[in-house]
Every structure is written in structure tokens, then in C-alpha cells.
Design a protein around this ligand. Sequence first.
Ligand code: SAM
Length: 281
Amino acid sequence: MCSSHNLIASDKRGIVHDMAMEQAMAPAARFFDDDRYLRTVVAEKPPAKSAAEAHGAARLAGCRAGALILDAGCGNGRHAVPLARAGYRVVGLDSSGVLLAAARRAARDDLWPHFVRGSYTKLEFEAAAFDAVLCLGTSLGYLGDDGDLAALREFRRVLVPGGRLVVETLHRGEIGARLREHEERPLGYGGTLRVERRFDRARGVMREAQRLEDGTGDASPRTYELRVYGGDELRRMLEGAGFVVTGCYASLDGEGEPSSTTPLVLVGEAAAPGCGSGLGQ
Ligand SMILES: C[S@@+](CC[C@H](N)C(=O)[O-])C[C@H]1O[C@@H](n2cnc3c(N)ncnc32)[C@H](O)[C@@H]1O
């Protein structure tokens, strides 16, 4: 499955200038472009854990050595960088300039990953360019159902037929269970993250406000809204975008079933053209 392909990206700095994207992304972009999000991720996601997740995702995607992988919503590159160091050719795409800058620092002068700024709803890559697409750590859900479906269709378009998509995201079953309305998380370096959540169960939407108290000055709240899917809902959405769902798990290890204490991991295989219900729409 994992052969080599040409890919076309954006300009030389890897920045896609797209005002419509900037506007569509505005609420989530404010959240992710704030340096406090980066500080929180660095504190809560140790490199060894991120590398283990990344390797699990590559296994679920069936990647062979040297596979060309798109990490869609790559954040600070915590999965893309270890995958590149393991020999995969990885393109990390994200809409956040702050997170991409951190990703480029982490990659140092290595040939891979390539980091590209843009929205996954409108990918600047050729059709069938990638052997696998990863969308990890809850990178979907910030643009509502229509935006998520547009993203999944783009993932299908840029995948070779038979190539796999791995999505790891918050699971709707976690709402009110692992995800409580109030949460206080101590961070390794001495700070505290205070989280307030509200759930609109009818819409499957979670609104979260975070306050980071770490003595660096600004503890004002930052908010975002996230569409949180159940397994069947996300499965239908993948099918509508032209995937055949081949796995549903509780973790990127590919084990267990999603529950009230685990994320939701779905694996979809890009159907051959003409086989997927949502292709060409
Ligand atoms: C919760 S973070 C996860 C990042 C990374 N995958 C990880 O596991 O650390 C969600 C990421 O999705 C990115 N994102 C949200 N909407 C996006 C869009 N439309 N296009 C590209 N990236 C997007 C954000 O900028 C952010 O980096």
C-alpha cells in the first residue's frame, strides 16, 4: 500500500494564504494560537508517550517503511517528528502558526517532516498523494459536522485507494464521566490548569474554558467548542466520506472498545473510486 507519490504543497515556507480558512478557523485558531495551549501540551504529553501513540497509529494505518503520511492537525509535531525519525516521510499540516513554529523547532534541520500551514478542509495536495492520513489527539470537531465531513472527504481524496485513515478523538461516552464539568489538572512544572465544561447533549457539543495558572501573568479563560462524536456517528461520517471502517478501538494500541473512560479510535480504508457512498460529492 505504501509506495511513493508526488505531492504538491504550498509556497516555499509552507504557508497557505487563505483568508476564508483564517475566518472559518477563527474561534479554534485563537485557542490553539495562544502560547498557553502549547505550554499545556508540552507539560501534559511527554515525548515517549507521543512517540508510542504515533507508532501505534502508523501500525493501525498499515504503513510500510518509508510510507508518505499526512498528519492532519499535527499541532506541535509531537507525532510527526518521531514518525519521521522512524523513517516515514511525514507531512504535518495545521492551521496554527504558533504550533507549527514549535513543530519546526522540534524537527531541527531534519529532511522530514515537512510542515505546512493550512486547513484540512481544503488540502493543497494532489489526489492519491498519501499512503496514510492520521488525525490524532482530537484534531477534528472544531468546524461542526459540515466542516468535519469536508475534512474527511479531503482525507479520502488525498489517500491512495486502499490507504488508511486513523482518527483518534474524544469519545462522546466520556462526557459527564471522565470529562466532568469542573476539573483541576496539576502540570508537571508547577502550574495548574483549571477546566470548566458545558455539554449540549442534543448537539453533541462540548464548550470548554481553560485557565492556566502558572505564574506567567495571564490566567484569563480561553474557550473553544468541540463536536464530540459517538462511535456510530463518526463511523457513518467516515462512510459518507468514502471510507470503509475497518476498526474501532479504545486506544492507538488497537485494543479494547471505546468506553466512558477512553477516547474513540476509528480506522477507515479509502474505498476504490465508485465504491464509497460519498465520493465525488
Ligand atoms: C487538540 S489539538 C491536537 C494536535 C495534535 N494532533 C496533538 O495530538 O497534539 C487540535 C489541532 O487541530 C488543529 N486544527 C483545528 N482545526 C484545524 C483545521 N481546520 N485545519 C488544520 N488544523 C486544524 C489545531 O490548530 C490544533 O493543532
